[in-house]
Design a binder for this molecule. Structure first.
Ligand code: SF4
Length: 465
């Protein structure tokens, strides 16, 4: 989500007249878009700001801005600790950045502006896209849940849903520029519609994406087991361009830990959702997030997580060691688990999941896969002479290419080897389709989506386009 926020910041600055500095240039402006969910975010920010100070001293007029979750949390503290910062802006007023930079320049002093609620839905701001073939589209921001390990609700606020017409207009704008794959983004996509009173809005949105010509792949993240309903499963199964990929955060397999996390589903319900998804889509690749060592987690609780992991047969999992996030309810809970215990459990979980991922990937050997060729997905591609991309189910595929294949094109190839974390296809490419996304990539074009304001009444002068 933060990466897409950065695209929006870039788009906003470009429409205010800024141009991207190339690598050799000393920039006139550096913007940090911070994420407080990550471990050690504070240390990294202040470390980076410290490193930048000599550059700023040597470059009069250079400005430094800090935005994102950490800015929302630390506010004026940032300019106290790093007085050479010019602008601090929060998660709710990204659109004010150009004005704040201007004001800081004019007044020759730091500007700190943090709002408590959303000023304008972020996707109504222009975005400079990084990819010619895949794009993110926000459907909601904020979250109405209160998971005790999570800082998001206090920094991003209550869920705000974007109108379906605005979302679809942005998707169409991306597709018109050649984009083939769209990922719908929200902290909890399954509660989408809660704000305008339509509990089935997310399934309907998926089906509406199915009507968009030229849109080949629709993904979404993240769903929440609490709100995941059968109409969404049906929409996924019945809408041909919706990928059979589901990232369903488990967090823990222990009902006691789920309760302490304030996650309102239990392991039985979670596994039941997976069963129903696979009944409708036997080829679905299901991935997850798991936290190890949440306060109070006993060996039995952890064993319950391993049991669910064995039964769920995830294609892959993002596994995290619990660590205290200041400002979250879990930070002050009794029963913090010693680091050595967390580490040992974590290693057992990773070993189990790696074994399952490997078995699942080996089961795909010999199968044909459709790959959307990507850039930067295969770090060893230069050495191996392969190209890389994603299969429809989200799996990473390294394949032996052929002349003329470009990022953004679609190829069909056969999996020759399933590795634990990727697939290899070393046979000949069976089909190669040149796409508008590939053309855009070859021409060095990435989409810029304007602020989309359909259906939202504006006041005063129309927004600059
Ligand atoms: S549902 Fe996700 S974003 Fe919302 S509080 Fe829980 S972990 Fe945080």
């Amino acid at each position: 989500m933060n990466v897409h926020d950065s695209e929006r910041i870039a788009g906003l600055l470009e429409s205010a007249g800024y141009v991207r500095a190339d690598d050799e240039q000393s920039p006139d402006l550096v913007v940090f878009n911070t994420c407080a969910v990550r471990e050690n975010a504070d240390n990294r920010l202040y470390g980076n700001l410290g490193h930048l100070r000599p550059t700023k001293d040597a470059h009069p007029g250079m400005q430094i801005a800090v935005g994102g979750c950490l800015a929302q949390k630390d506010r004026g503290e940032i300019v106290k600790r790093a007085p050479w910062v010019d602008v601090v802006f929060g998660t709710h007023n990204v659109g004010s950045l150009p004005t704040l930079l201007e004001r800081a320049r004019h007044n020759q002093q730091a500007e700190v502006e943090i709002l408590e609620s959303l000023e304008v839905f972020p996707s109504t701001l222009p975005a400079k896209r990084e990819s010619a073939y895949a794009g993110w589209v926000s459907i909601s921001v904020g979250c109405n849940n209160t998971c005790t390990f999570c800082i998001v609700p206090s920094l991003r606020g209550k869920e705000t849903d974007r109108r379906p017409g605005d979302i679809l207009a942005e998707v169409r704008a991306l597709v018109a520029e050649g984009v083939l794959e769209v990922t719908l983004l929200g902290q909890n996509v399954n509660s989408y519609g809660v704000e305008f009173g339509d509990r089935q809005a997310f399934g309907k949105l998926l089906r509406a994406c199915g009507e968009i010509d030229g849109l080949e792949r629709v993904r979404f993240t993240s769903p929440h087991p609490r709100d995941f309903t059968d109409d969404v499963i049906a929409a996924m199964a019945e809408t041909p361009n919706v990928c059979h990929q589901l990232h369903m955060p488990l967090q823990s397999g222990s009902d006691a830990v789920l309760k302490a996390m304030r996650r309102s589903y239990r392991s039985g319900r979670y596994l039941d959702i997976l069963r129903r998804v696979r009944e409708s889509m036997p080829d679905a690749a299901i991935t997850t997030d798991i936290i190890v060592g949440f306060p109070g987690e006993t060996e039995d609780d952890f064993a319950a997580t391993l049991d669910v992991v064995r039964e769920a047969r995830f294609a892959s999992a993002f596994t995290f060691q619990y660590s205290i996030r200041p400002g979250t309810p879990a930070a002050t809970m009794d029963g913090q688990v010693p680091k050595a215990v967390v580490q040992e459990r974590y290693e057992r979980l990773v070993a189990l999941q790696d074994e399952i991922s490997w078995q699942e990937n080996r089961a795909i050997e010999g199968r044909e896969v459709e790959v959307l060729v990507a850039l930067g997905e295969g770090r060893k591609d230069d050495a191996t002479g392969r190209l890389s991309g994603r299969a429809r189910d989200g799996r990473l595929v390294h394949f032996t290419g052929a002349d003329g294949i470009r990022p953004g094109d679609i190829v069909t190839t056969e999996v020759t080897y399933g590795a634990p974390h990727h697939l290899v296809a070393d046979g000949p490419v069976r089909a190669h389709r040149r796409t508008a996304a590939g053309d855009a990539w070859a021409a060095g074009r990435t989409p810029t989506t304007p602020g989309v304001l359909l259906g939202m009444p504006g006041v005063g002068a129309p927004a600059a386009r």
